[in-house]
Structures are given as C-alpha cells and as structure tokens.
Design a protein around this ligand. Structure first.
Ligand code: GLN
Length: 306
C-alpha cells in the first residue's frame, strides 16, 4: 500500500493538466495547484500516506457528509421532509430544479440540500451553538481534537455569498426554511470552511467503512443501516452532475468539495482521502479522481464486484 500511494503521488505530481482552482471563493484561489496529498486509513488502525497528506485544506462540500450524519441523528427519517434522496444531474449550485419542485432540494449534497440540512440541524439554536456541536462531532469521528474552522475562508465565502443566498432565499420563499436566512447561511459557510488534512479526513470516514463503527477507536457512530444509506447517497449524489462518471471510473461512494478534496469509502476495507486543488468542469478534483481511479484499479476495491 505504501508503495502504491508513493507511486500515485509521484504520478500526480508530474501531471501538467491539473484542472482549475475554484476562484468564486477568493480565499480558495490562493491555493497552490501543485499540492497533492493522499491518505488511506484501514479499520485496524493502520494509516498510509503520501504527498501533502498532513496539510489542512478547506474541505468544503465534504463537510456535507458530517452535517447529514448529524442531521439524521437529530431528525431521523423526519429529515426527508426537508430534502430528497435523488441525484440532481445538475451543478452543485444550480437553482433550476428548486422552482419545479416547490423549493425542496433533490439531495443533501448539492448546495441547496446542504443549506436545508443546516436548517434542520439548527432547531432554534444560535449559529455559534450549532457550529460548536458540528465541530465536536467532526472531532469525535476523526478522533482528533485539533480540527478547526478556517474563519478567513468562511468570511471570504460570506462576502461572495450571492449564489448561495439566492438558493436560501428561494427556499425561504417556499416556506422551506424555518430559521433566519442569514443565520442559516452563516452556519453553512462555516461548516464548509472546516479545515482538515487527508489524514484527518481518512480517519473521519472510518465509521462508513465498517457499518457505522470506527473500528480503529472501537466507537459506534451510527447504525449499520444508517452507514450504508449514507454511502448510497455518496455514491448517487456525492459528485453532483459528475456522480455517474465517478461511479463508473472509481466504483466507490465518494464526496468531493471545491477545495479539491475527495473522501471515498471502500466498504469493509478502507477510508481514503485525496487532495488536489484543481477542479474539472463539474467542480470535482481532476487529479483527485484520477488518483482514486488508479488506487481502485490497483487494489480491486469496488462496490460493484469482489
Ligand atoms: N461552500 C461551497 C459553496 O457553497 C461548497 C461547494 C462545493 O464544495 N461543491 O459553494
């Protein structure tokens, strides 16, 4: 495994085509597209890494896996009145389906859906309290107390909020958001601004590898059924309108973020995190996907065969 990761990292470091770093959040535009990290965490506690695996980056939409998990814990199946479970086939920040579907977002991983999930989690609490709970949950699943929000990234996204603000106001107009739009958005931007390294993310994904239990720490996070369902949502919706392509090429549930990270889950085998800041046309990490494709090919890991 160590040799494979070293090979993948050196192959990716030599690539000239690296995609385009997200610049609609100005703070993310400063990130060096040459960075590349990969980490593989196994249920027995072993960890393999290569490249910039210990460098924290903005996890952005990968955070939606953790907010979904928290929301299911608080709301159970009641969450599905806020948000659906179908792939959208549209870009992550699209507004078009919302009008046709009376303001109910297709799934928890597109922006509109994640904003609805934040609304579901808030339950009349202030953003500060909600964010403290989310942070302590992420620290718990990753077993790492050093994880923090990057407040500069959150402020940068807030200053350029117009697209997400449109989605939130549109949902509010349909009576879909219970809380104040600005409070929901402020919470959402901080959630997306969580900074984590590939190593921390790979650890945080371990509960999805072993039916809800982080075997490395011996703690149950969710039921087996819930872990399987979260994986199914990652498979179908985790890469927006690039989800089919990701399933075809990598064959594992995965969740991407515009910071260039991807968390992928090989059930029963490993939790994998990659980071390469350059994105493809669907807003997913170009080399991150390629690296996962290489890893899946070499290991044979796939949910579609054995
Ligand atoms: N915070 C980002 C946004 O709302 C998250 C998008 C993403 O990572 N795909 O635009």
């Amino acid at each position: 495994m160590q040799k494979l990761l070293t090979d993948i990292a050196s192959t990716m470091q030599q690539e000239n085509e690296r995609g385009k770093v997200a610049d609609y959040i100005p703070q993310l535009a400063h990130v060096d597209p040459q960075r590349f990290g990969i980490a593989v965490a196994l249920p027995d506690g072993q960890l393999f890494t290569a490249g910039d695996a210990s460098e924290p980056f903005s996890i952005q939409s990968i955070s939606k896996v953790f907010s979904l998990t928290l929301a299911l814990g608080k709301r159970g199946d009641g969450l599905w009145s806020y948000v659906g479970r179908e792939p959208s086939g549209d870009p992550f920040n699209s507004i078009v389906q919302l009008e046709h579907e009376s303001g109910k977002p297709r799934n928890p991983f597109i922006n509109a859906g994640a904003i609805a999930v934040v609304d579901a989690i808030m339950m009349r609490h202030e953003p500060k309290e909600v964010l403290a709970e989310l942070l302590s949950f992420v620290r718990f699943v990753a077993n790492d107390e050093s994880i923090c929000f990057d407040h500069e990234v959150a402020a940068s996204e807030l200053a350029h909020k117009h697209r997400n603000a449109s989605l939130a106001h549109f949902m509010k107009a349909f009576g879909r958001l219970e809380h104040d739009v600005d409070k929901v958005l402020g919470t959402y931007f901080h959630q997306c601004a969580l900074a984590m390294s590939c190593t921390q993310l790979a650890h945080a994904g371990l509960f999805l590898v072993s039916d809800g239990v982080n075997k490395a720490t011996g703690t149950r996070v969710v039921s087996a059924q819930r872990a399987r369902r979260i994986n199914s949502l990652m498979m179908m919706c985790g890469h927006y309108d690039g989800s089919g392509e990701f399933a075809y090429r990598v064959g594992l549930p995965g969740k991407s973020g515009v910071g260039g990270g991807i968390l992928a889950v090989a059930p029963g085998r490993a939790s994998i995190a990659v980071w390469s800041p350059g994105l493809d046309g669907t807003g997913n990490s170009l080399l991150g996907t390629r690296a996962l494709e290489m890893l899946a090919q070499e290991t044979g890991w796939s949910v579609f065969g054995h």
